[in-house]
Design a protein around this ligand. Sequence first.
Ligand code: ZN
Length: 65
Amino acid sequence: MGHWIDKNAAWYDQTMTYCACCGLVIPSGYWEAEVRGEALIFCKSDCERLYREHRLVEGDENETV
Ligand SMILES: [Zn+2]
């Protein structure tokens, strides 16, 4: 499961951050979750769930975003 992170207190504060699921620009805090050993950023926990469901259905290892 993922966890919530306060972007304001992180080193990547100056970098544009996008949700790995829906592509939304994340202005402040975000949801970070580990998917297949990789830390991914989501705008909310629901996006993590959608991302996992999508990946399970697709069975695709390729990163296209
Ligand atoms: Zn999202």
